[in-house]
Design a protein around this ligand. Structure first.
Ligand code: HEC
Length: 142
């Protein structure tokens, strides 16, 4: 099954690291709980997982309040700038033309559900449907 090919494993590693990096960059958690966690000895995996989960909870919900361009730069550029695993590159009109011809609703469905090596929600788990739509509109405007 192609999903389990080597390139998929590579992409999957990137999927795992992208939201973690993005969340760590975005959320500076100064709650007593988070401070306490930071004072614990470093390198304990379960604390790390907890902190990431807490950070994810902070940004979960009704979208991110970011523009399509900001979401693209945080979550989508990692694949769509260089064309990783066959992702249509930003600004590559020939690559985007047949995709845009499917219509925005189909593009949005594919972005939400994922398609082939494209992960569900493009790794932006916190993105609402309208966040993703704004991001796709930004991408296809290029
Ligand atoms: C891990 C890499 C990766 C990330 C991150 C990623 N994409 Fe993709 N994307 C792909 C790949 C690969 C394809 C091509 C899939 C195919 O058609 O085989 C794709 C295709 C698409 C398409 C076209 C779908 C279609 O129907 O033709 C859209 C729209 C899209 N991505 C939006 C996004 C958005 C929005 C984000 C960020 C929120 C994002 N992508 C993040 C890899 C990625």
């Amino acid at each position: 099954m192609s999903l389990y090919s080597k390139s998929y494993a590579f992409v999957f590693l990137m999927i795992l690291s992208a939201p973690v990096m993005a969340i760590q960059a975005r959320v500076v958690d100064n709650s007593p709980e988070a401070m306490e966690q930071r004072l614990q000895p470093p390198g304990l995996p379960q604390l790390h997982v907890k902190e990431v989960a807490a950070a994810a909870a902070v940004t979960a919900g009704n979208g991110l309040g970011l523009s399509g361009e900001q979401i693209y730069n945080q979550f989508c550029t990692i694949c769509h700038a260089a064309g990783v695993a066959g992702a249509p590159k930003l600004g590559d009109k020939a690559a985007w033309k047949p995709r845009v011809d499917q219509g925005i609703d189909t593009l949005l469905q594919h972005a939400i559900q994922g398609i082939n090596a494209m992960p569900p929600k493009g790794t932006c788990a916190q993105c609402s449907d309208s966040d993703l739509k704004a991001t796709i509109e930004y991408m296809i405007s290029k």
